[in-house]
Design a protein around this ligand. Structure first.
Ligand SMILES: Nc1ncnc2c1ncn2[C@@H]1O[C@H](COP(=O)(O)OP(=O)(O)OP(=O)(O)O)[C@@H](O)[C@H]1O
Ligand SMILES: [Mg+2]
Length: 239
């Protein structure tokens, strides 16, 4: 079944990777035989040293990139059977992505950057902008809506990127170091927002270098040299 209008959260397994390998041109094997299953409603941390393959893994889960070998199923859709067009539709409806490097559009306001996250939603522009304003409020940037990216600090840009990822209320939210450029107070606020979204039903995977943040999430997937070396649950319950 390839009806991408089916809510991802209705599927018991949101992410199912089997034997996933990713080789970049030039011969770097960024992922080597990764098996990973994520159930609906999970909140997990992906941790590991720089260059271990975390961003590559998140891009593959987010269907932004295809594996060299192995299979990827998102909400039961085997992505190998989907055209780039249906993949974009699946992404637009169900997946929110916070990029490590923000990827904000230069020259347009924070509010319009966030509204971009709803471009393929079918909502009228005024409604996209209304929701964008609300998402910016949620990340504490109500007073920076009109600022363009070059008029924002690094941490503020990061929060705009988060607002853009969550504005469409995605079923699956993937965040690459969402607290990396933030002071601890703003980082806490972002993590509280992710917890709220998770409580509302979103499945969330967060890459983080911050072991304190990772340990407070219900599941930690540890990656090293392109392989998953540990997958632990229940730290939160034990804490
Ligand atoms: N487009 C690319 N072409 C070639 N090699 C790449 C490309 N992107 C990443 N790599 C290599 O793949 C490996 C994994 O990169 P990746 O970005 O997934 O690491 P990471 O765990 O996210 O690191 P960091 O914590 O520094 O962000 C690295 O050795 C990197 O140099
Ligand atoms: Mg990375």
């Amino acid at each position: 079944m390839t009806d991408s209008s089916t809510p991802i959260s209705a599927a018991p397994t949101v992410v199912d990777l089997a034997g996933v390998t990713k080789e970049y041109p030039g011969g770097v094997a960024a992922l080597r035989g990764v098996d990973l299953t994520v159930g609906a409603g999970e909140l997990l941390a992906i941790v590991g040293p720089s260059g271990s393959g975390k961003s590559t893994l998140l891009h593959i889960i987010g269907t932004l990139d295809r594996p060299t070998a192995g299979s990827v199923a998102i909400a039961g859709h085997d992505i190998a059977t989907l055209t780039d067009r249906s993949l974009s539709a699946l992404r637009a409806r169900h997946i929110g992505f916070v990029f490590q490097a923000f990827h904000l559009v230069p020259g347009i306001s924070a509010r319009d950057n966030v509204a971009e996250g709803l471009l393929y939603s079918g909502l009228p522009r005024a409604e996209r902008r209304r929701r964008a304003a609300y998402a910016l409020e949620r990340v504490g940037l109500a007073d920076r809506m009109r600022h363009r990216p070059h008029e924002l600090s690094g941490g503020q840009k990061q929060r705009v990127a988060i607002a853009r990822a969550v504005v469409g209320e995605p079923d699956l939210l993937l965040a690459d170091e969402p607290t990396g450029a933030l002071d601890s107070e703003s980082g806490e606020a972002v993590m509280a927002l992710l917890h709220d979204l998770n409580a509302e039903g979103a499945t969330i995977a967060v890459i983080t270098h911050d072991t304190e943040i990772a340990e407070r999430l219900p599941r930690q997937v540890r990656i090293r040299d392109g392989q998953i070396v540990a997958d632990t649950r229940g730290a939160e319950a034990a804490a």
